[in-house]
Design a protein around this ligand. Structure first.
Ligand code: HEC
Length: 137
């Protein structure tokens, strides 16, 4: 009887150890694949269409259906003159930390909790396509 209980305990511990290992594998795989992601223009466009157009407009010209309610207005991402003054890092930081983090309007939400770094880099690629411009060297 006693040794049976002990055996059961051991088996339980083994199962618990297996569960912990499996969970760790899942967590590490997900994290690792997120870290290994490469930024992609198509992904940036997909995210932009879904998350940004209600303010910045389908064309990225700042004329989304929410724009009328916002002051200051959402940035016009097709404005090459303005967009070429921002480095890619600055755009990344603005998207990640939101307007407030770079001294701009709090109406520009922070996306750093929603997207991976690679996804934000993908958005920056798409912003560069919208303005058809590069940042300062
Ligand atoms: C709720 C409306 C709203 C949404 C949604 C939104 N933005 Fe904005 N965004 C703004 C506003 C308003 C500004 C202008 C802030 C200012 O000028 O002070 C802005 C500014 C920006 C800027 C700064 C441009 C510059 O001149 O430096 C970038 C970059 C930007 N948004 C990217 C994005 C991206 C990418 C998304 C989607 C992931 C997004 N925004 C979603 C409202 C929004």
């Amino acid at each position: 009887m006693r040794s049976n209980k002990r055996q059961n305990m051991k088996n339980l511990l083994k199962i618990a150890a297996l569960v912990v290992c499996a969970a760790l594998t899942v967590v590490l795989t997900v994290r690792y694949s997120a870290a290994g992601e490469k930024p992609k223009l198509a992904e940036g466009k997909r995210l932009y269409m879904h998350y940004c157009t209600m303010c910045h407009g389908v064309k990225g010209d700042g004329k989304g259906f929410n724009a009328g309610y916002l002051d200051p207005k959402p940035a016009d991402h097709t404005n090459a003159g303005e967009m070429s003054k921002r480095t890619d890092e600055k755009l990344f930081d603005t998207v990640s930390g939101g307007g407030k983090s770079v001294g701009k309007s709090t109406y520009m939400p922070p996306w750093g909790w929603t997207f991976t770094e690679a996804q934000i880099e993908s958005l920056v690629l798409y912003l560069r396509q919208l303005c058809n411009c590069k940042g300062p060297e």
